[in-house]
Design a protein around this ligand. Structure first.
Ligand SMILES: [Ca+2]
Ligand SMILES: [Ca+2]
Length: 168
């Protein structure tokens, strides 16, 4: 299996842009009517991030989350990240609620998207090269041998489990 998890660098949508849009909409919404106007829907996918595989390094680092149009495990050259977030300085050594992510602006479609997250525990990834390597944990679907799939029809909660060590 060619497990190339190079996250595509195209589609650099900054999450905060969408957050600003949502806030602006909320401010404009008087709540006086329930009109569903012609503004395009930008569902928000959010959830908690846990890990079920043993940590490889010290448990402190950034978590990269992205929603792809194709499975980046099998389409590393052509998969595009439609939304992404980087959770910085996550510390799994501290007791408390798991970290939460939020990715906005994913257009609803009938076919699945691919929700990939990895914990850059060895500190080698960057915003320009957001790819996991040996020492990191990733979210991986053991039955499809690919990235976890989600169907986006609106805003929804999809929790993520970092359940596999990157083998190389
Ligand atoms: Ca670390
Ligand atoms: Ca890494």
């Amino acid at each position: 299996m060619t497990l190339i998890l190079l996250l595509a660098c195209t589609g650099d949508t900054i999450t905060s842009e969408f957050d600003t849009e949502v806030e602006a909409d909320a401010l404009l919404d008087t709540g006086a009517d329930a009109d569903t106007d012609s503004e395009p829907e930008t569902p928000t996918i959010q959830g908690q991030i846990t890990y079920s595989e043993d940590l490889v390094e010290d448990g402190f680092g950034n978590i990269y989350v992205a929603v792809f149009d194709k499975d980046p495990v099998w389409n590393s050259n052509s998969a595009t990240a439609l939304g992404r977030q980087v959770l910085r300085d996550v510390d799994f050594n501290i007791d408390g609620p798991p970290p939460s992510y939020s990715v906005s602006g994913i257009p609803p479609r009938s076919s699945a998207y691919y929700l990939l997250a990895f914990f850059d525990d060895n500190g080698t990834a960057s915003d320009t090269e957001p790819a996991p390597d040996k020492g990191d944990l990733i979210s991986f679907d053991q039955t499809t041998l690919g990235s976890p799939q989600i169907v986006v029809s609106g805003s929804a909660t999809h929790d993520i489990d970092l359940n596999m060590k990157m083998p190389w």
